[in-house]
Write a protein that binds this ligand. Sequence first.
Ligand code: HEC
Length: 118
Amino acid sequence: MNVNSYFKIGREVTLFFLLVFFTSCLTNVEEDMTELEPNACADITFATTVKPIIDANCIQCHGSGGTLPELTTHSLLQLHAGSVKSEVVSREMPKQGSLTQDEIDAIVCWVDSGALNN
Ligand code: HEC
């Protein structure tokens, strides 16, 4: 083995350790954030938080028998979870109304946690 291939191996080993180093940094950042902000979604459930928001702000237009996506039950909301999230985040919905930032955050939490029937 000549001097050049030692350099090559040295560079690869260095890159490898740099990668490991940065990966562990990233992991630490995530852990730190979790510690600073204890899971904000932990208290959000469908029954106690999301359903009341939808009932008060959406179903007057998104009830059954209309042409709009129906949002009256958990399974229907789960079916439309992705568009419900984007509509409230963009504040396109509720039409002719508005949600508080907390209400929007709660819906986002619920959808991002899998839109569970909890
Ligand atoms: C005053 C009536 C009204 C209310 C209240 C309302 N919507 Fe809508 N919604 C509409 C109409 C009308 C449309 C059809 C698209 C449009 O006109 O923007 C729509 C469309 C949608 C769509 C489908 C968007 C698409 O991709 O086509 C979703 C999802 C939705 N609304 C969610 C909600 C949610 C969630 C709420 C409550 C936070 C809500 N809406 C409240 C009238 C309403």
